[in-house]
Design a protein around this ligand. Structure first.
Ligand SMILES: Nc1nc2c(ncn2[C@@H]2O[C@H](COP(=O)(O)OP(=O)(O)OP(=O)(O)O)[C@@H](O)[C@H]2O)c(=O)[nH]1
Ligand SMILES: [Mg+2]
Ligand SMILES: [Zn+2]
Length: 328
């Protein structure tokens, strides 16, 4: 017997999909749904009536499960088979979001769906803060219409240098919170903010997403990523997104840390609108389509504000994104 490899199987599925021109009908919300907590290649785990069930996907969908269904999805079951998917309110995808993708299929860059609040988890130290990364997540989440807050975790490791960065984001008007899973600082406040919502932790690897999830679960059930010891680096790193119900109406999705976040599919002229402090100046440049990039200082209101009302580091993070889109 010839063993069909995963790759081969996926190729076959793709071919079948093309031939049949499959379209998925997402249905309107009904009461009797199951909540998807984890999806794999062959099966998924869902939560229904206080029970966790292992389910598969109805053969009517020519898809592998984790390309079609994501944590946070609400699905209809028939004999432990998923037969329908309920329309999504939003999706968190690492690709540029656009409305038509809301009920999209076959996109493996989707992390989760139906999110009430995203928490950008940043470690104050170890790994060091990368403000560029925060800026990129802000753009992605605002573009996806997902409310968010910035959680500066490991604040037990904070020095005045990091405190300055934290207060910078606070002053810009973003909701921020300082936490430490070591000293427990801020954890009650975080918990209150997450109550009665479906929330998601996103961010780099090793910043403490799983440790915060463990705190909410009041149990050490998820292995965390010990980055202290170089030889074991990443050995307990989270490898797939998973939904945990930590209180009757409250869910948290723990996600694998990512290394970088590309925004190269964004429209180049949209980026400046996501930098809050640019907004009063965006229309004061000599050219209405100024990208504040290679235009001369004399014609660019943003460049004239550098080190005044516009922080140089923020401008550099903007510049880097524009360079990447141009290089595409
Ligand atoms: N000092 C300090 N260390 C922390 C804190 N929170 C988590 N850590 C440690 O940081 C390391 C990484 O924590 P994780 O929770 O695994 O990080 P993660 O974001 O889930 O990492 P990935 O799953 O790889 O994305 C572990 O060794 C934790 O013990 C904190 O508040 N202070
Ligand atoms: Mg983790
Ligand atoms: Zn300009």
């Amino acid at each position: 017997m010839i063993k069909i490899t995963h790759h081969k199987r996926y190729e076959n599925i793709k071919k079948a999909r093309k031939e049949k021109n499959i379209k998925i009908n997402f249905i309107n919300e009904t009461k009797d749904f199951a909540l998807v907590i984890e999806t794999n290649y062959h099966n998924a785990y869902v939560y229904k009536d206080n029970e966790i069930l292992e389910v598969t996907l109805s053969k009517k969908f020519p898809y592998v499960i984790n390309k079609l269904i994501f944590p946070g999805d609400k699905v209809i079951l028939n004999n432990n088979e998923i037969t329908d998917i309920i329309k999504r309110k939003n999706i968190l995808s690492r690709d540029k979001y656009d409305g038509s993708k809301l009920n999209s299929i076959g996109d493996n860059k989707i992390t989760a769906v139906n999110i009430d609040l995203a928490v950008i988890v940043v470690a104050v130290n170890n790994p060091p803060i990368h403000p560029n990364f925060i800026d990129r997540y802000i753009i992605l989440l605002e573009n996806s219409h997902i409310p968010f807050l910035i959680c500066f975790n490991k604040c037990d490791l904070s020095t005045p240098k990091e405190d300055k960065i934290i207060s910078f984001y606070e002053k810009l008007g973003y909701e921020t919170i300082k936490t430490s899973t070591k000293t427990k600082e801020g954890l009650n406040i975080l918990q209150e903010k997450l109550l009665n919502k479906t929330c998601i932790f996103v961010g780099n690897s090793g910043v403490g997403k799983s440790s915060l999830t463990n705190y909410l679960l009041a149990d050490d059930i998820i292995k965390t990523n010990n980055i202290g010891d170089k030889t074991k680096r990443g050995c307990h790193t989270t490898t797939s997104s998973k939904y945990y119900i930590w209180s009757s109406n409250s869910g948290i999705i723990d996600t694998p840390g990512i290394r970088s976040l590309s925004l190269k599919d964004f429209n180049i002229s949209d980026i400046k609108n996501y930098y809050k402090e640019f907004i009063p100046y965006n229309n004061l440049c000599k050219y209405h389509n100024c990208l504040h990039y290679d235009e001369p200082v004399s014609s660019c209101a943003i460049k004239q504000e550098l080190n005044k009302s516009i922080n140089l580091k923020r401008y550099e993070s903007y510049y880097k994104i524009i360079s990447e889109i141009k290089r595409k």
